[in-house]
Write a protein that binds this ligand. Structure first.
Ligand SMILES: Cc1cc2nc3c(=O)[nH]c(=O)nc-3n(C[C@H](O)[C@H](O)[C@H](O)COP(=O)(O)O)c2cc1C
Length: 210
């Protein structure tokens, strides 16, 4: 079923972050596909390719002492209402390069944002562990992680030599993640919905759930 836009979503910005630096990264291809979904929903879609950001490791120095490229990354993510995180499965989790990028950021970039997750893996088990771990990170950053996500197992068999997905069904699934991120980000911005969310976000913590 096609989701029809209800609100004016022109000003919604959705940023995709690719957690692989590999030249022919499948993660990058998948995130780009999700961003097509976001733009179909009326969002301004942008890819953050971490190859373009020579990020130092987080090392405890004062935030303002990091190089400009770190601040540029943070500004770009802070300017988005929806964020798509793409990662390869590395040793049963998400990639170190994405971890370091996320560690440079915090509530200012993620709190209250709508987050979509996509993972790729060489193995048949897919990237479910990486996605579960990212879901926890999203929760920790107080982002709204959408329930729908995409894990692409045995990803090397899913694309043709031109970098196109062979299965329209899988492509539609990835596009849907991008559409939902844009859709929920637009709803999140809507006045009445914001009221609901404000109530929700200020609800008492459940001590046992921490
Ligand atoms: C350090 C490392 C660890 C990996 N660990 C796993 C793993 O636990 N499970 C798996 O299915 N694939 C694993 N892979 C394979 C990657 O998920 C696979 O190559 C994927 O396509 C990489 O994503 P990319 O194409 O976006 O670079 C690993 C690859 C590397 C380099």
């Amino acid at each position: 079923m096609q989701i029809q836009p209800i609100y004016n979503e022109n000003a919604i910005v959705v940023t995709g972050i690719c957690g692989s630096l590999r030249e022919e990264s499948y993660t990058r291809l998948a995130v780009e596909t999700a961003l097509i979904g976001a733009s179909q929903q009326g969002a301004q879609a942008r890819l953050i390719d971490l190859r373009d950001y020579d990020l130092p490791f987080v090392d405890g120095r004062e935030k303002e002492d990091y190089p400009e490229v770190v601040h540029q990354l943070k500004r770009e993510v802070a300017g988005a209402q929806g964020i798509i995180l793409g990662t390869p499965e590395y040793h049963g989790s998400y990639s170190g390069v994405l971890k370091n990028a996320l560690d440079h950021m915090g509530f200012r970039e993620f709190e209250g944002k709508v987050l979509g997750l996509i993972g790729v893996a060489e193995g048949g088990m897919g990237a479910v562990n990486a996605l579960n771990h990212l879901r926890l990170v999203g929760r920790s950053l107080r982002a709204w992680v959408i329930p729908q996500q995409v894990s692409l197992p045995q990803v090397w068999g899913l694309y043709d030599d031109d970098g196109n997905l062979k299965s329209g069904h899988i492509e539609a699934h990835i596009i849907e993640v991008g559409r939902q991120v844009a859709r929920f980000a637009a709803l999140r911005r809507n006045e009445q919905f914001s009221e609901f969310i404000r109530e929700w976000e200020t609800a008492m913590n459940n001590p046992g759930a921490e």
